[in-house]
Design a protein around this ligand. Structure first.
Ligand code: FAD
Length: 460
């Protein structure tokens, strides 16, 4: 039966979900093929995680050089420091191409068959790619997502609306930019364009930015960005974009804000364009393919991973889901725990969080304990010249269990992995406190925050 198919597993889409799934499937000894219609590495490598961080790195280097005198480095005239947008584009291309080629090499060395083209389902065991039929026992759909241009906003006249994709190809930083959406993507671009010299305004429907982050911590990040010149219009409804003006409603009154460029960052929609998923009878959750925590769709031989299932639209989630899907196909029971996915925002200082916010934790747990360690009390932060930030930990006081951790400070995105491991291993707060952390590091403040939650820290 199995041999009557071309492959045992076919993966559709070679983003961080798809290529990881394909490599894992091949390593499990499955005859595996991956089909990609555009560039290997998907949104993450080509238009998302990686290129944005290349831009942000340059902005941060420029900032550090301007602050050279603070580090006793002489001979730098901050007024002469400029950033070359074409230079960043060149560097972005070098970094992206190296990573894309790396993905291709990994697929090759793991003997994954590769097909370039757009896959569309004919039936549950067959896709067609450029008029060629490809059959498989199992399919893993990893077709990603597209930037959302919301229908509830009216678009009139001549607009310079861009999405994150075009923002990464701009040849110059606009003088003024309006960003619609205060989520992770909107805030990273607000930070970036502010550093590149643009006047930035962010419009957000909710009354706080960064929905996954504890509002207290997100509020600190907002204050820092405001101090640097970013304008936030929160709790406002953007109604219309007309002739390069954002029309928004605030406190029942209509206001307008002109901008050279308008960046739409209100979220992403799962991509099933031309996949033929509907005619197969796959069940949807709005635009997302519905899956259980084992990544199975309602059709027993079809799995859906990454942004296309809309569960947690992050690259590391997609990759983990790829592994979990393959494990289940290969007969090993595996499940995702969506309550323990870390989330990172690459402003400077950085923001990283995992688990519940304080409000969410209080809804689920009667006896929460909160510990907040200010970065002003951390030596490495002082050495690094940025003591703005906090480590906020949220515990179940009865069980000593970690419910959530929200970091705002230097290197926060590199530190959250420790909490991921701790939460996955169900370590208690006391076990983190008992773990020796190196000095001087910013991570040594993590046990201190847990000590504060339980009573008293040593260094604060
Ligand atoms: P994708 O990476 O979108 O890959 C899907 C692939 O499928 C694409 O290559 C596409 O061409 C292909 N495809 C689609 N349909 C077909 C078809 N029918 N046939 C063949 N091929 C097809 N996440 C993070 O974790 N950290 C970050 O810092 C981060 N920053 C981001 C910044 C920006 C600006 C953006 C837009 C996103 C960011 N993300 C970040 C999100 C991250 O990029 C996505 O969560 C991740 O790429 C999803 O991976 P995926 O494999 O599901 O899909």
């Amino acid at each position: 039966m199995v041999d009557s198919y071309d492959y045992e597993i076919v993966v559709i889409g070679a983003g961080p979900g798809g290529y990881v799934a394909a490599i894992k499937a091949a390593q499990e000894g499955k005859r595996t093929c991956i089909i990609e219609s555009a560039r290997f590495g998907g949104t993450c490598l080509n238009e998302g995680c990686i290129p944005t961080k290349v831009f942000i790195k340059t902005a941060n280097v420029s900032d550090e050089i301007k602050a050279a005198a603070d580090f006793a480095v002489e001979g730098v005239d901050p007024s002469k420091i400029t950033v070359s947008m074409t230079g960043i584009q060149d560097r972005k291309n070098v970094v992206v191409n190296q990573l894309v080629n790396g993905v291709k090499g990994l697929l090759r060395s793991n003997r994954v068959a590769v097909i370039n083209g757009h896959a569309a389902f004919l039936d549950a065991h067959t896709v067609i790619v450029d008029e060629k039929k490809v059959t498989s026992e199992y399919f893993i759909i990893a077709s990603g997502s597209n930037a959302l241009i919301p229908g509830f906003i009216a678009y009139e006249g001549v607009n310079h609306i861009i999405t994150s994709k075009e923002a990464l190809d701009l040849e110059h930083a606009p003088q003024t930019i309006a960003i619609i959406g205060g989520g992770a993507i909107g805030v990273e671009f607000a930070y970036l364009f502010n550093k590149l010299g643009s006047q930035v305004a962010v419009f957000e429907l909710m009354d706080h930015i960064l929905p996954a982050v504890d509002p207290e911590v997100a509020g600190m990040a907002q204050k820092r960005l405001e101090k640097d010149g970013v304008k936030f219009c929160l709790g406002v409804k953007v109604k219309k974009i007309k002739d390069d003006c954002v029309y928004y409603e605030s406190d029942g009154r209509e206001n307008l804000h002109p901008a050279e460029v308008i960046l739409m960052a209100v979220g992403r929609a799962p991509n099933t364009d031309g996949l033929g998923a509907e005619k197969l009878g796959l069940e949807f959750n709005q635009k997302a393919i519905r899956t259980n925590n084992r990544l199975q769709t309602n059709l027993s031989n079809i799995y859906a991973i990454g942004d296309v299932n809309g569960r947690a639209m992050l690259a590391h989630t997609a990759s983990r889901e790829g592994i979990v899907a393959v494990q289940n196909i290969c007969g090993t029971f595996a499940e995702m725990n969506y309550e323990r996915i870390p989330s990172c925002i690459y402003t400077e200082p950085e923001i990283a969080c995992i688990g519940f916010t304080e409000v969410q934790a209080k809804e689920k747990c009667k006896n929460t304990q909160i510990g907040k360690f200010p970065m002003t009390a951390n030596g490495k932060s002082l050495i690094e010249r940025d003591t703005y930030g906090v480590i906020k930990v949220i515990l179940d006081g009865d069980l000593n269990e970690i419910l959530g951790v929200h970091l705002y400070g230097k290197h926060a995105t590199d530190m959250i992995g420790e909490i991921s491991v701790a939460m996955a291993g169900e370590l208690t707060a006391d076990e983190i406190i008992a773990t020796v952390h190196p000095h001087p590091t910013i991570s040594e403040s993590i046990p201190e925050a847990f000590m504060i939650a339980g009573g008293k820290a040593i260094h604060c």
